[in-house]
Design a binder for this molecule. Structure first.
Ligand code: ZN
Length: 53
């Protein structure tokens, strides 16, 4: 893991994110000072439509 989150804050849209604590998947936004967690939930099923067709 590189340590740089490939996303922006879902609350304020800032990219000023840093790892929070020692638990993987937690990030802190230093623009709005929110701390949030990003976690893997699952995969789309093979029969799902992804995007328009
Ligand atoms: Zn933020």
């Amino acid at each position: 893991m590189s340590g740089n989150p490939p996303f922006y804050c879902p609350f304020c849209g800032d990219e000023n994110l840093f790892p929070h604590g020692e638990k993987h998947g937690q990030w802190e936004c230093r623009a709005c000072r929110r701390v949030f967690e990003v976690r893997f939930i699952g995969l789309l099923g093979s029969g799902e439509h992804v995007g328009g067709n």
